[in-house]
Design a protein around this ligand. Sequence first.
Ligand SMILES: [Zn+2]
Length: 301
Amino acid sequence: MLVLILVQGEAAFAWGNEGHTYVNRVAAEKIPVSMPRFLRRAVVELAYLGPEPDRWRSPTEFALKDAQEPDHCINLERVEWLDPLPRGRYEFYKKLYEKRAATADHADDYLPERVGLQPYIVMEIYGRLKASFREYRQRKAAQQSTAAVEQTVIFYAGWMGHYVADGSQPLHTSIQYNGWVGANPKGYTAQHKIHAQFETAYVGANIAAKDFAGLVRAPEQLDDPFARYVEYLKQSNRMVEEVYALEKAGGFRGKGTAAAFEFTTHRLAAGSQMLVSLWYTAWMESAPAAQENPAAALEKK
Ligand SMILES: [Zn+2]
């Protein structure tokens, strides 16, 4: 029983320790010179924080483990009827409970904690990061010490990186989370092994940060971070079947295949790309003048 729990727990650690560290590190190395120097110099701290939420999953801290588990994933197939997704988590809960009440079969599949809260935790930490950047700007302008706020900026930026990286792992966006379920004409694996084999064993043994660093470009300012983030999750979800096809072809066994390497490095790069763009957007939106731009106005609604 204990073994079973550990195996299931491990299956939820998207990208494993190595992958999370790499996604944060590569994003940190792409921070542009227009952003504060203390953040560009925090590569080691940001990389360390990549796996941080996976350190909150021990049964010895039950309340924490229990509360944070739904943050790592979202079963997008369960919310296809809910388009666009609400911008706040409580409206999301409300819609899901209504759906659950109207559903006869497997109604609990619509519980928020079963569907997953991925985009909400990301936007909530994004908000914290933006608020800290604003505080940093104000203190800097007032010629006060920024040492304390620099620590909070680094923590929020690194913490958010974990979930953004989870979102680039297709199996974290899908009911096909760890073994194919439902109709299976192509004979994909139904064993509960593919998740950890792909994201932890294969990545840990075959991929390093330098393998995808060159695929990540300079950040862009996102016009609507929530909408863009949801689109990023949907794009990841469209690649779920490819993960299964690669597994079937032996792509993640041992040294794997060239196709699996190509696919996986591009997914890790997509994580770093979205992350550095979110950091950059939070910085830009924290400027006093940004409060009048349309994106900022949209967020206030
Ligand atoms: Zn995770």
